[in-house]
Design a protein around this ligand. Structure first.
Ligand SMILES: [Mn+2]
Length: 417
């Protein structure tokens, strides 16, 4: 018995929106390649473990695309291998809510090769397999107790026990803090031969379970975001019913190189320094694209402090012209939002100005100006915000009031310098 296990196809993903068309095409191409490879392998069961679609609202042509690909998959195997496969699909968090999901678009009473799980159809079983498919639930622990456990208790066949999930698994994956997850102990309670889990986008190696079963997460079919490992694809399992099943990884090369190259500084630097570093990052990336002869896009997060000027003073004209000239470079996103502004600094040479003398035209008031100037400078040095170099309104207010009081006590009108 042969299985294909895939997840997180995210058909329709268009983020970053600046390159939406490239992104949509990358995800449909990855799915098309997966279908080609599954037809060639001639599997008996295809497990699609959630997030087949990117979102609830989709372009009709993408729905049609998935519908046609699933049909092509079923017919291709029937024609080339002489048996009709079964395609089993669960709902992921991107596919919508329990009672309203994108999988409605591909449900079809005549498509016998398709089984789409929901709360009313938690089980698919025939003489070879007994599959429980649970879509995404925020409270996965509760859904597992209420739906999965009873569904396995009811099993009366000797079919291979398979559990399909769209959730994180503690003890198998690196999980963001406070994310809903199931534990391996919980999985073992239903004595599964296989647990196939979507949701985590990274490829994971098959893990033997304490009950003799296997746990498997194939990861997403394409690069979902910047900074991901480009090791994308899905698994085929041969001799699935045997003691020693054979797990085969089918790689799908991402369509574009999608890279994140941070520019960081642990001390303050002028805008020109950042501009140079960004330019170096872009040039290096272009070399890489030429080497692998593949188009790609780059995100450059810029972190650190400015010694002078503003983030908008970082000159990106050269980067822009490189993007224009280099056909392989589809997009560069330079993110300077994380830059720290320069601290407040007196203008160069300011120390030497004798304020009282400079304002001597004001007569005796020049002395008061010098006093206020001194006080404002001291306050700035001690209390200015590190980020803006300015005083907060509550620190500034007493100084302004003081200034006004001093001005009002003087009448400049008619006074001769
Ligand atoms: Mn996903």
């Amino acid at each position: 018995m042969k299985f294909a296990v895939l997840a997180d196809a995210h058909i329709g993903r268009s983020i970053p929106l600046a390159i939406a068309e490239h992104r949509r095409r990358a995800f449909t191409e990855a799915f098309r390649k997966a279908v080609d490879a599954i037809i060639e392998a001639g599997v008996d069961y295809i497990f699609i473990c959630g997030d087949l679609f990117e979102r609830r609202t989709l372009r009709p042509n993408l729905v049609q695309f998935v519908h046609d690909e699933l049909y092509r998959l079923a017919m291709g195997i029937t024609e080339q291998h002489g048996h009709e496969p079964k395609i089993l699909i669960i709902r992921g968090n991107h596919d919508g809510r329990p009672l309203s999901d994108t999988l409605d678009y591909i449900r079809h009473p005549l498509a016998k090769y398709l089984h789409i799980f929901d709360e009313e159809n938690l089980v698919y079983s025939d003489d070879r397999v007994y599959v429980v498919g649970l879509g995404y639930y925020e409270n996965i622990g509760k859904a597992y107790e209420k739906l999965v456990k009873p569904a396995f208790e009811k099993a009366e066949t000797d079919g291979l026990r398979v559990l399909m999930l769209h959730t994180f698994i503690q003890g198998y994956q690196d999980i963001p803090p406070y994310s809903p997850a199931l534990t391996i102990d919980e999985l073992v309670e239903v004595d599964p031969r296989y647990v196939f889990a979507g949701h985590h986008h990274e490829r994971h190696k098959p893990k033997p379970l304490p009950n003799g079963g296997w746990l498997l997460t194939p990861g997403s079919l394409e690069m979902y975001d910047f900074g991901e490992n480009p090791d994308k694809g899905f698994y085929i399992i041969e001799d699935a019913e045997s003691e020693k099943p054979d797990f085969r990884w089918i790689p799908i090369e991402p369509m574009h190189v999608m890279r994140r190259i941070p520019v960081t500084s642990d001390r303050r630097r002028p805008p020109s320094w950042y501009a140079e570093q960004i330019l170096e990052a872009v040039k290096g990336f272009i070399e890489e694209l030429r080497r692998v002869n593949k188009p790609g896009y780059l995100r450059v997060p810029v972190r650190g402090g400015l010694s002078e000027g503003l983030p908008s003073d970082i000159d990106l004209k050269e980067v822009e012209s490189l993007v224009e000239e280099e056909p392989l470079l589809l997009w560069v996103d330079v993110d300077t939002m994380g830059l720290e502004m320069p601290p407040f600094m007196p203008p160069p040479g300011g120390e030497e100005v004798a304020v009282e003398e400079f304002f001597s035209d004001f007569g005796p008031f020049a002395e008061e100006i010098a006093e206020m100037h001194e006080r404002v400078r001291e306050t700035l040095e001690e209390e200015a915000s590190v980020e803006t170099g300015l005083l907060t309104p509550s620190k500034r207010r007493p100084l302004i009031e003081e200034w006004l009081r001093r001005f009002e006590e003087h009448s400049f009108r008619g006074e001769q310098p």
